[in-house]
Design a protein around this ligand. Structure first.
Ligand code: FES
Length: 105
């Protein structure tokens, strides 16, 4: 199992367990867990409505891609802890991370 923690907009933290080897990205897991994530573009790295703030473990995640950086750069406030959840594949790199769902646009 891969285990990480999600903090919702009320500050409540809940551990999420996902079986290893599953072919999903973090956005899909968050939506399936009924978190309020819009993901308007459906995972194409075009909308940034799936963004999450990485409060712990950002250094262990895969490097940010140019496409991801391009869309994050369009946000009014960009900081290094923001990632697009649709671009993060669920694998061991997410183990132990803490993801916060930021305020909606
Ligand atoms: S779902 Fe649109 S950027 Fe992730």
């Amino acid at each position: 199992m891969i285990t990480f923690t999600v903090e919702d907009r009320d500050g409540q933290q809940v551990p999420v367990e996902v079986p290893e080897g599953i072919s999903l990205n973090l956005m899909e897991v968050l939506k399936a867990s009924e978190y309020d994530i819009l993901a308007t573009c459906g995972g194409m790295a075009l909308c940034a409505t799936c963004r999450v703030q990485v409060l712990a473990g950002v250094e262990q995640l895969p490097p940010i891609s140019d496409a991801e950086l391009d869309i994050l750069d369009t946000l009014p406030v960009m900081d290094d802890s923001l990632r697009l959840s649709c671009q993060l594949h669920v694998n061991e790199s997410l183990e132990g991370c803490l993801f916060r769902i930021p305020e909606a646009d």
